[in-house]
Design a protein around this ligand. Sequence first.
Ligand code: MRU
Length: 346
Amino acid sequence: MREELRPVSWTGKAIRLIDQTALPGEMTYLEISDIDSLVEAIQRLSVRGAPALGAVGALGVAVAMQQREREGWDVEAFSSALDRLRNARPTARNLAWGVDAVAGMVELGEAAVIGEALKLIAEDEANNHEIGRLGADWILSRVRNRPVNVLTHCNTGALATTGWGTALGIVRELHRRGALGVVYVDETRPLLQGARLTAFELGREGIPHFVQADAAAASTILSGKADVAIIGADRIAANGDTANKIGSLAVALAAREGQIPFVVAAPESTVDVATPSGDFIPIEYRSEAEVLSWAGVPVAPEGSRGYNPAFDVTPGRLVSALVTEERVLEVATGEVPAPAQEVTAP
Ligand code: MRU
């Protein structure tokens, strides 16, 4: 097994990020020591994925404290910097959660804030391993076919967290147990987190996978090739409605029709009990250019408008199981049926 990917770390003076926009081609790092650069890195998705955003939210408070010291900020400038950080991406609950988890310690000084942020980061990775174990147990108790073939959407691995991964952590755990067949990886248009990042992580681990167009997901499920769909979450409302990367809802609908379990894996920190339902989850809309072009090359005629919601909301009734580090909650009422026939990998 290769060394674990660490998308977020602390150098002592700055946040060190793997620049995920350059993957899979290049492994480059960014060192960030001011809030404007951090907000920019978050918005351009150099760092992304809800738990990784929680980590930079917490470390970002330390960055703001250092900048306050260097530039002589007053109280207002400091609190506006924290607000900009909190709101840099509105759907991912963990970003504001990470800021708020350490903001109360600012009075105690920089060392206390950094210590708490590093503790949260270590806990996140441990939580992911627990999610992996609980999720794999649940899936192996519900899915009859062996080996288990999985469909996943977006990137929920080490790169999206602080190590190991949530939904991809379950995939890794199934692989570790010798129970995994093949993973169908939705490419995840428009920014290709599946093709660029999930396939990169699975390739490093030697886990068999196919990258497929997002539009293939429904037929992959309905033709019996996937036994379970596993995704992550950016925010889970109190009723189980789950915001995740655009396209997740289509996977959930296909999973229901195909009678395979649709599993959401996320740490408890992504569960937002103050938000009663998906109707109240803020959805991030991104630039039209992301859907109208790829790598600077237009893919639509000049004059077309782009519609680019970054996330959608899957109703809780379509979620067979929500797996956190503490529990497996069978959100949808009724039993999750086992697939009807034996499935072989193509
Ligand atoms: O826009 P992104 O790449 O930040 O979207 C990420 C996702 O939708 C993930 O599935 C989610 O944050 C969970 S990551 C463990």
